[in-house]
Design a protein around this ligand. Structure first.
Ligand SMILES: [Zn+2]
Ligand SMILES: [Zn+2]
Length: 59
């Protein structure tokens, strides 16, 4: 079976909500370069994030 949904929906790394169309921050994991998104709320609260790829945690 072929999955035609190539475009992944950006989700907040901390709370998991969909961040498409919001003022979410997106950056790359400093360790492995994995694309990470964080919603404005979690950014404001300075929630820690954990890279799903390498397990790197940061502010
Ligand atoms: Zn969030
Ligand atoms: Zn990483």
């Amino acid at each position: 079976m072929s999955d035609s949904q190539a475009r992944e929906t950006p989700k907040c790394i901390s709370c998991g909500i969909h961040v498409a169309g919001t003022s979410a921050a997106s950056f790359k994991c400093p360790d492995c370069g994995h694309q990470i998104h964080r919603c404005a709320k979690c950014r404001k609260q300075s929630n820690l994030y954990e890279c799903p790829d390498c397990g790197f945690t940061g502010p």
